[in-house]
Design a protein around this ligand. Sequence first.
Ligand code: AGP
Length: 606
Amino acid sequence: MCGIFGCIVNEGEVAPLIHLALKRLEYRGYDSAGIATVYKGLLFLKKDSGRIDEIHEKLDLNSLPGMIGIGHTRWATHGAPNMENAHPHTDCTGKIAIAHNGIIENYIEIKKSLESKGHIFKSRTDSEVFAHLIEDNIKNNMSFEDSVKQAVKLISGSYAIAAIHADEDKILCVKNESPLIIGISDNGVFCASDIPALLPYTNRVIELFDGEMAILSLRNIKIIRIKDESIVQRYETIIDWSMDMAEKGGFPHFMLKEIYEQPRAIRDALRIDKRLINIASMLIENSDRLFLVACGTSYHACLAISYIFSELSLINAIPCIASEFLKSYAQLVDESTVVIAVSQSGETRDTLTAVKNAKMRGAQIIGVTNVIGSELARISDIYLNMQAGPEIGVAATKTYISQLTLLSLLAINFSHNYGLASENIYRRLLSELYEASVIIEKYLRRIDNEAKRIAQVIAPRENVFYLSRGINVASALEGALKLKEISYIHAEGYPAGESKHGPIALVEEGFPCIFITPTGETSVKILGNIMEMKARGAKIISITQDDAHEVKEVSDIFISIESNLSEILTPIIFSPPLQLIAYHTAILRLKDPDKPRNLAKSVTVP
Ligand code: AGP
């Protein structure tokens, strides 16, 4: 939930570099931030609540001296977002500083024991105990390195921690279940929660795995396994993301840029090594039960794909919200179960918990994620990389399209190998998947303007319904989630047939109802639902295909897409208009779509 960054340079000062890196990590949390540096045996610290720009204006984050430092941008879990709870946290002597991402679960007992020894705590966070644990060990004549090692052995939970000491020329990093990568350049060494923060300085990275500690200095980088203190040999890898991929590239917001990157995201997702798709299909074929597990937007991708498995292969692929998995389905999991776990970040705690439980019961895990080196990638039996590039906007857009594409490819391939899809159907669906990127590329600029007009209708309202049938119920849910999370308008997505069972009671004059209506049989059915709402004064907004003439006739406003895609692939082409409607509504309501309140990009708490 938080972003951490550390660096040691051999010329210049680190504070401006850490400041810039924190800006690039701000999507991970933005309720407070801080930087600590070491200079001539002293520790310097600046931190406060608020966004990085506000803090910088108040404190001048660039003016800390020294060539070693760490920084942190926070999404509060323990303790309110205020100055005291902002990281980095220090010990009683003011010589040690730590930045932590994750949760130290047993901090209360550790804190009590440290307090009984006289330690004074300044914050209400779980993290601060780590600084005092190091201090305590140093008091007992341990080296800085050993103190951190011993401190790690006492804590449980998830953590990526970077620690510095005023008398040392190194940064110590430890990790368990929270991400941390190391960067190397000719001018220094770095550690960061995520790749975009490193890109201005280097593309050479080394992964750090759970249970390891890295000792970073200008002389060398040493990695040890904490459990047995063995030295780990790990080679660096080169990241081929360009700086521009993690910048706004001329768009006013990352979210808009990422919406426009979707044609490429589809093509990149389809670049997956087909052997992996074949192996994943084989695992499913050899199983008796198939679950699709995820949270939020990723769950909507799962829901959509469950329809494809059912339609093309008569397979009951059960979509499940990860946080409910243990209670609802875990008992059914055994060695003949396959779980497809979907998470753009690969860090979502609820998804990882479900996966670990299923794994423990013997299930095979197919992980679908966008982050190389993420925990989901590591614990999966097969890992399908979405290859969408960095997604900085908190609202998932292009990664949703990548998930839909990759999972559709898997479901289509499975059906070809083991299900009902003939060679012809298989080839047609494959070529339609590629065509989806062309369709979106063609319509994006045009529908951007149409989405703006729809946003003007929605922006002043307090409630919106998103309705569809069949596979596009997933699109309705996703459209509603996008609107809620970035414009703060209440929105509900549900199957259109459900209106008369309750929700229609809310409809009055001008109530916006957005219908996602593919052509064919579904549009005939949806037409009836549109008329029910229209008769009660609803404002009918349709996202539809060019030949859905009747739907367009009864709509007050519509976005029409030229395409003959099979219905099971239409969620891919219906998503960008829904994302644009949410985006423009947020802009009209003067909200920052990249950093919605109370949300963070990776949800690493249960
Ligand atoms: C997406 O717009 C949301 N911010 C959120 O629902 C997200 O999809 C969810 O937290 C799951 O994240 P993941 O894909 O990284 O696991």
